[in-house]
Design a protein around this ligand. Structure first.
Ligand SMILES: [Ca+2]
Ligand SMILES: [Ca+2]
Length: 172
């Protein structure tokens, strides 16, 4: 029973800290409620999401209601892999290995594994330049798969020339 009261008191304290109006309304003298109901009613309860990897985005499936974000929770939802801090909404970087928790390449949580390089090579002469780059062969490598990446280079003796090197496909 004592621990229950302590938790209630802590919750009431947390609420009044962020809502000074509560102190004016109920904290002084007459009419102040004996229990914590009045203080709790003054809080704006919000939904918070479990953020196990501390990347600032939480798991939509693990929520709690509170006045303020409890430790380990955040107000931002949409983390598609809450075991990998590199995977979260808004991620701009591309990766050559899958994420830790869900083993997905969808690091920006938009539901799609977006490839960094998605074109096959097509070297073309444009004016005095040889332009273009992409993958050699007939297939664009899948996420995490290696393939020959071609860069188009103009050489005086060979015209538009393809320089190839092995590259691993990055995705997000
Ligand atoms: Ca997270
Ligand atoms: Ca994505």
């Amino acid at each position: 029973m004592r621990s229950v009261l302590l938790v209630a008191a802590l919750l009431a304290g947390a609420c009044t800290e962020t809502n000074p109006a509560m102190l004016v309304d109920h904290g002084v003298g007459e009419g102040a409620p004996a229990g914590n109901d009045g203080a709790e009613a003054g809080c704006t309860m919000q939904t918070f999401y479990r953020d196990a990897d501390s990347d600032g985005h939480g798991d939509d499936g693990q929520t709690t209601q509170a006045c303020n974000a409890p430790a380990g929770f955040t107000g931002s939802a949409g983390d598609c892999d809450d075991q990998d801090p590199e995977a979260h909404p808004g991620q701009k970087k591309f990766f050559t290995t899958p994420s830790r928790g869900t083993a997905s390449f969808d690091y920006d949580c938009d539901g799609v594994e977006e490839r960094l390089h998605s074109a096959l090579v097509s070297c073309v002469v444009s004016g005095n330049k040889c332009q273009g780059d992409g993958w050699a062969g007939s297939d664009v490598p899948a996420c995490g798969q290696a393939g020959p990446m071609v860069t188009c280079v103009k050489k005086r003796s060979q015209g538009c020339w393809q320089s190839s090197s092995e590259v691993v496909q990055s995705c997000r």
